[in-house]
Design a binder for this molecule. Structure first.
Ligand SMILES: *[C@@H]1O[C@H](CO)[C@@H](O)[C@H](O)[C@H]1NC(C)=O
Ligand SMILES: *[C@@H]1O[C@H](CO)[C@@H](O)[C@H](O)[C@H]1NC(C)=O
Ligand SMILES: *[C@@H]1O[C@H](CO)[C@@H](O)[C@H](O)[C@H]1NC(C)=O
Ligand SMILES: *[C@@H]1O[C@H](CO)[C@@H](O)[C@H](O)[C@H]1NC(C)=O
Ligand SMILES: *[C@@H]1O[C@H](CO)[C@@H](O)[C@H](O)[C@H]1NC(C)=O
Ligand SMILES: *[C@@H]1O[C@H](CO)[C@@H](O)[C@H](O)[C@H]1NC(C)=O
Ligand SMILES: *[C@@H]1O[C@H](CO)[C@@H](O)[C@H](O)[C@H]1NC(C)=O
Ligand SMILES: *[C@@H]1O[C@H](CO)[C@@H](O)[C@H](O)[C@H]1NC(C)=O
Ligand SMILES: *[C@@H]1O[C@H](CO)[C@@H](O)[C@H](O)[C@H]1NC(C)=O
Length: 539
């Protein structure tokens, strides 16, 4: 009874107030009605817009609405879905055109299906985020009327709609645009796409995902003005990029700081076109089909910190790669990922060409051979060293024990042989992951040795650890993955191993001569591989 009364009261007061267009503390009637109509036109499965009452009320207090304090006009509409239970679906209804004072519109992460043309008449917009919806159809050129836009996001990922861009000429009207994201868009007919981006005067960030980018007509470029733009961040991912377009992309701006052209089917030689990009800090060209070597101009980038070239077909020698990088970049590189290429040759034993400040070096899954760098301690900042899946041979240099910051060390699947002892771990107090499986290594430690580290994951499959159960594992009680299968252990599981039970998730003990009962505490281990190892019995 009381509830009905309150409701009627609200309706009654609203009716009185609606005669004027703006009343203290109340939103504009026409704008409120527009919101109600907008709500009626969409599917709100989870009742996200429950506060949007058709019966009235101050719409400035409704979810996602912000009004100007003095004029009460709606200035912001933010219906970004933060979870699957906040998703709105259907059409973006044209009643929104009433919100002429809107400067901020965020409808991202929903299931809307259309980018309406009327959006071009919301002329005060500075921020428009429509990313991650299910848009289909043509990108309306009316966006070109939003001359105050600073942020425009039409980004997406596979499964998020399919747009067509017939031309990006409208971009040239957006003189304040700094951030532009575009996804799932076929730009085949937008033959001038490159010029549109290159000449966008304020653009600092451009992100394209899943876009079809036609070949750039290079002859038309030479006539266009080489005025410098202010692009600092260029990200092109999972798109189709024609190899002849790459030199132009590398020349799109001299201001570039972050460059990503990844997973975009790019074939061929990486052009030697990095000389004008002296601010470049990060380069990610991973997951393409680049072949050959690394251009020398890349090594002359004095700010380069991150170099990601993994999963390509680079097929020069590692020595040549290091030689190419032996410019200014040698002193700036922190992260270098060359994994999953066809690199050949041995690890040059010349520390004068090594990027000495490297914290992350990944060269796994190549065809490298011979001994690994004798004096590994020159890479004194290394946190991660991944050299697995090559044909490195000889002994593991004792100098690795000097890498005091090393956390992750993977030499598995090589031809290393010889002895690994305490010296190899002398200063490795930060080590978390130790992988030496599939070599011909013997690990021998003083039975009283207490390691300086606290490991989380250990894989020593086919190393010779036996015949005693390795006593150095005694206080490594934080290990969750332990593979000591096929390690020539001929022993019982020691009592202290029960201290490992609470953290162990995966344990491989097979192909050893481990006798005695399976300890009952191992029943909590999620994956337990014991075959051809334990004699079952007892508890
Ligand atoms: C508008 O009002 C809110 C709430 O009273 C206040 O937090 C905000 O600072 C005001 N904004 C302006 C621009 O006056
Ligand atoms: C949104 O779209 C996705 C993909 O089509 C679908 O799986 C999901 O169920 C939709 N959610 C709602 C609330 O419509
Ligand atoms: C901008 O709007 C005007 C009228 O409002 C229209 O004639 C024109 O075509 C629009 N321009 C663009 C680029 O959408
Ligand atoms: C190139 O830019 C300069 C200066 O911004 C301008 O004066 C010139 O007219 C432009 N040329 C062309 C062909 O657009
Ligand atoms: C890069 O652009 C400049 C002018 O913008 C031009 O002179 C040069 O030839 C271009 N280089 C490449 C490799 O395209
Ligand atoms: C690298 O691979 C390409 C393509 O397979 C081949 O044509 C080229 O000869 C190779 N280069 C070297 C140095 O092996
Ligand atoms: C290591 O590999 C190199 C090159 O494959 C080979 O010449 C050398 O004999 C090997 N050394 C050992 C100790 O196996
Ligand atoms: C192992 O024991 C030593 C000596 O008691 C101690 O310094 C070290 O922190 C222990 N490590 C772990 C992982 O418990
Ligand atoms: C083990 O891991 C825990 C967190 O899971 C951490 O607090 C602890 O310091 C680690 N080291 C030792 C020796 O327990």
């Amino acid at each position: 009874m009381i509830r009905v009364f309150v409701l009627l009261f609200v309706v009654a007061t609203c009716h009185v107030w609606s005669t004027s267009s703006s009343v203290d503390g109340q939103c504009i009637e026409k704008e409120r009605e527009a919101l109600v109509v907008f709500k009626q036109g969409l599917v709100d499965e989870y009742n996200v817009l429950s506060s949007w009452a058709s019966t009235g009320g101050d719409c400035c207090t409704w979810r996602g609405i912000r009004c100007d304090n003095s004029t009460h006009h709606i200035t912001a509409l933010d219906l970004r879905a933060e979870s699957n239970e906040q998703i709105l679906s259907g059409q973006i209804g044209s009643s929104l055109v009433e919100l002429q004072h809107l400067s901020y519109l965020d409808l991202s992460n929903n299931n809307f299906t259309n980018i309406p043309e009327f959006i071009g008449s919301l002329s005060r917009l500075t921020y428009l985020d429509l990313s991650y919806n299910l848009f289909v159809g043509i990108i309306p050129s009316q966006l070109g009327n939003l001359t105050r836009l600073e942020y425009l996001d039409l980004y997406g990922a596979p499964g998020y709609g399919q747009l067509i861009g017939n031309s990006l000429e409208w971009l040239s009207h957006l003189n304040s645009l700094q951030h532009f994201g575009l996804g799932n868009t076929d730009l085949t007919r937008a033959t001038n796409w490159f010029q549109s981006f290159k000449t966008a005067s304020s653009l600092s960030l451009l992100a394209l995902s899943n876009c079809v980018l036609p070949q750039v007509d290079i002859s038309s470029l030479s006539h266009s003005n080489s005025s410098s733009n202010s692009l600092t961040d260029l990200f092109i991912v999972k798109s189709s990029v024609h190899p002849t377009t790459v030199p132009s992309l590398l020349n799109i701006s001299t201001s570039l700081v972050n460059l990503e052209l990844s997973d975009s089917e790019i074939k061929g030689i990486l052009p030697n076109s990095f000389e004008n990009m002296r601010y470049l800090k990060a380069i990610d060209l991973s997951s393409n089909e680049f072949e050959g070597g690394i251009p020398k101009s890349l090594g002359n980038l004095c700010s380069l910190k991150f170099l990601e070239l993994e999963h390509n077909k680079f097929n020069t020698t590692l020595g040549d790669v290091l030689e190419s990088l032996n410019g200014c970049a040698r002193n700036s590189l922190y992260i270098m990922d060359l994994s999953g290429n066809n690199l050949r040759g041995s690890f040059p034993d010349d520390s004068n060409t090594l990027p000495t400040r490297l914290q992350y070096l990944s060269i796994f899954d190549n065809q490298l051979e011979g001994p690994i760098l004798t004096n590994l301690s020159v890479l004194s900042d290394l946190r991660v060293l991944l050299a697995n899946g090559n044909k490195f041979n000889g002994t593991i240099p004792e100098s690795i024990g000097e890498l005091q910051y090393l956390e992750d060390f993977d030499f598995s699947n090589n031809d290393f042989s010889g002895l690994v002892s305490e010296v190899h771990f002398r200063k490795l107090s930060k080590l978390k992951e130790l992988y030496l499986s599939q070599n011909m290594l013997t690990l021998k430690f003083d039975p009283a040795w207490v390691p300086p580290f606290d490991l989380l994951s250990v894989k020593l499959n086919t190393c010779n650890l036996g015949p005693q159960f390795p006593s150095w594992l005694r206080n490594q009680t934080n290990i969750s993955i332990l593979d000591i299968s096929h390690t020539e252990i001929d022993d019982v599981i020691p009592d202290w191993f029960s201290n490992h039970a609470s953290k162990l998730m995966i344990l491989y003990l097979s192909n050893n001569q481990i006798h005695g009962p399976i300890p009952h505490y191992l029943s909590s281990v999620q994956v337990l591989y014991l075959s051809a190892s334990l004699t079952v019995g007892g508890t």
